[in-house]
Design a protein. Structure first.
Length: 261
C-alpha cells in the first residue's frame, strides 16, 4: 500500500523564536520539508530524539510557512520492545498519572487476561466510556480529567488508554500519526502497547483504520509528541492543513492490536 501525506503550517511570530517540528514520518520512501519566512528559505536542522525525528527551526519575526510532503510504502518489520522502552512505558508521566488510577483499573479489568485481550478490553472500555467532542478538553487536561469529564478528542482517548494500561502494568505509549480515512483530517493520536515483545497499536476513537496509520513519532504522552513546540518566544498558529491518502481502498477498521512499522 502506498500512502501520501502532507502537512502545511502557517505561523505568525512577533519576535524571533525557536520551533521544534514533529511532522516528518518515521520511515519515508520520499519526503520534502520546506520552511519559508516572508518568502525566504529557512534551514531546518534534524535532531536525534528517541522515538522521533525532530526538526529545529529558528523563526524570524513575521510569517513562516512550513510545508511537508512524504510518500510511504508498505514494508518494515514490527518494532520489538526493548527493555529501556518497556521501563519508560510503565512509568507515570505528565498527562498519564497511572499511579493515581491503579485501584480503579484493577477494579474494572481482569489482569489475568492474555495481554492482547486485556489491551483490547481497555481500548473498548475507553471507546464506550468517552464521547468524542471537539473543543471539549483543555491542553492541560490529564487522563484523570478526561475520565471525570467523560469526553475529549483523540489525545484524551489516547491518554486515558495509556494510563489505564500502565496502571495494569502493561507498557504503553502515545503515538502521533497521519491517519488516512480520518474526518475531519488532522494529526491523530493513538496508543502503542507491548504485546508478545512487539509494539502494537490500538485506537480507542475508532475514527480511522489502524492498518493505514503512518507513524510520525512516539513518546510518553502528548508532551513528547506535539507537532509544534515553541521555545524562547511566541508563535501563533494561524493555519494548518493535513492530508493523508492511500492508494486503493482503505483497510477495514479493526479494534484488535496491530503492529505499526
Amino acid at each position: 500500500m502506498r500512502t501520501d501525506v502532507a502537512a502545511s503550517l502557517t505561523l505568525s511570530c512577533p519576535a524571533p523564536a525557536t520551533a521544534l517540528l514533529q511532522v516528518a514520518v518515521a520511515r519515508p520512501a520520499e519526503e520534502q520539508l520546506t520552511v519559508l519566512t516572508e518568502g525566504r528559505p529557512v534551514p531546518a536542522e534534524e535532531v536525534a530524539v528517541d522515538g522521533a525525528r525532530v526538526h529545529r527551526v529558528r523563526l524570524a519575526e513575521g510569517t513562516t510557512t512550513v510545508r511537508y510532503t512524504a510518500r510511504v510504502e508498505d514494508g518494515g518489520t514490527p518494532r520489538p520492545v526493548t527493555p529501556a522502552e518497556e521501563t519508560v512505558a510503565l512509568r507515570p508521566s505528565r498527562y498519564c498519572p497511572s499511579d493515581q488510577l491503579e485501584g480503579f483499573a484493577t477494579g474494572e479489568f481482569d489482569r489475568s487476561l492474555p495481554r492482547g485481550e486485556l489491551v483490547t478490553a481497555v481500548a473498548d472500555w475507553v471507546h464506550r466510556r468517552l464521547v468524542y467532542a471537539a473543543g471539549a478538553s483543555r491542553p492541560v487536561d490529564t487522563a484523570v480529567d478526561t475520565l471525570l469529564a467523560g469526553q475529549g478528542v483523540c489525545r484524551d482517548y489516547a491518554h486515558l488508554t495509556v494510563t489505564l494500561l500502565r496502571a495494569l502494568e502493561v507498557p504503553a505509549r502515545l503515538v502521533a500519526v497521519y491517519a488516512p480515512g480520518l474526518s475531519p483530517m488532522d494529526f491523530h493520536a493513538v496508543v502503542e502497547t507491548a504485546v508478545d515483545g512487539t509494539w502494537c497499536t490500538v485506537d480507542a476513537t475508532r475514527l480511522a483504520p489502524t492498518a493505514s496509520l503512518v507513524r510520525i513519532c512516539s513518546g510518553r504522552d502528548a508532551a513528547d509528541t506535539a507537532f509544534l513546540t515553541t521555545l524562547g518566544g511566541r508563535a501563533t498558529l494561524t493555519d494548518m492543513r493535513v492530508t493523508a491518502a492511500v492508494e486503493g481502498a482503505l483497510p477495514r477498521p479493526d479494534p484488535t492490536p496491530f503492529p505499526l512499522p
